[in-house]
Design a protein around this ligand. Sequence first.
Ligand code: MN
Ligand code: MN
Length: 407
Amino acid sequence: MNASPHDSDAVPTSGRPNIASGSGRRDFLAGMAGIAGAAGLLAAARDSVAGDLSFMNNVPDPLLAEEELPTFRFALEKSEGRTQRGGVAKEATVKQLPISKGIAGVSMRLEPGSMRELHWHATAAEWAFVVGGRVRTTVVDPQGRSETNDFRPGDIWYFPRGHGHMLQCLGNEPCFFILVFDNGYFSEFGTFSVSDWIGHVPQELLAKNFRVPAATFEAFPRQEVYFAKGAVPPEPAAQPLQGLNPPPLTHRHSLLSQSPLHTFAGGREWRVEAKDFPISQTITGVVLELEAAALRELHWHPNADEWHYLLSGRVRVTLFGSRGRYREETLDAGDVGYIPQGYGHSIENVGSDTARILIAFNSGEYETIDLSQLLAAQPADVLATNFGRPAAAFNAFPKSDVFISGD
Ligand code: MN
Ligand code: MN
């Protein structure tokens, strides 16, 4: 189930095409270091090779350079995933959904008393939305500070890349949450679990490491535990062995307990950005509710890729990819969708019930340009010339941003 960058084209862990990587660049820089012998010159050389990072947007992604747009939907909850005692995990990475290079997602369910064991992710930060049940997390940062948090449905967590953490079902009901990672090449099944590591280190080394007898480790697991099964956790949580040493920024944010950021006739939007939840520097989250027939209008995001998980209902998502390329996909509850940065798109409720969509962006700042806004920001003569229509044809067009269109 591993998806590695080596499975595909030479794309780095950032998920963006890398025009400046590889041995050629390294050889060049090594040569420059020998010749210049000055840090300033070396930095200048590196800049001239790597170029303006924003220019990388002009390097076509092979997958997005074809005549047709690739699929941008994956039926996550219908996929097999990994089921073992205590829980279920299903993932959507570039392996399952090749277009989703910038963001991966996981659906996870834990039974009472089950834990997703202590682990970290080498190549991605983790953001999560709790759908059902209650969850406890612990997380430790590089300064040794730790936080234990309890979560309810509608709450969010964020763990910076590489920070150690565990997830645990609280209480006597199962829990269910959606994890989002800011790297499509991430794999939940290729993360670093503590039992996997300790199970593969000689006991003598472990004894020296922890200053306890080697026999301590005889009955420890030899393979990765992944889901650990134990007693239902105490409430409130017990203190860490080292005592309390909290970090300056919390890892928990309560999203749906707050009023929506925006309310429209056809729906409502909750949003959490880095300015609301400062530790979440690389992910913005949105919960969008669309009433029957309502439309999140045609728009694009200048600064981020977009990842969807349909919590309930049925929506039609449209994607515009330039050069006449247009594609529609219908998402049912449990399906994942993906919109590359800058690509035009819309989301329309085509079911009979309210649709609820969890949306994640791989930027801590939310940016959108809506098509109604693009047109409303123009003088009428510009629109007349652009579309070859009389200026009066635009009299009835919106004078401001629509965002969600509905009755
Ligand atoms: Mn994790
Ligand atoms: Mn969007």
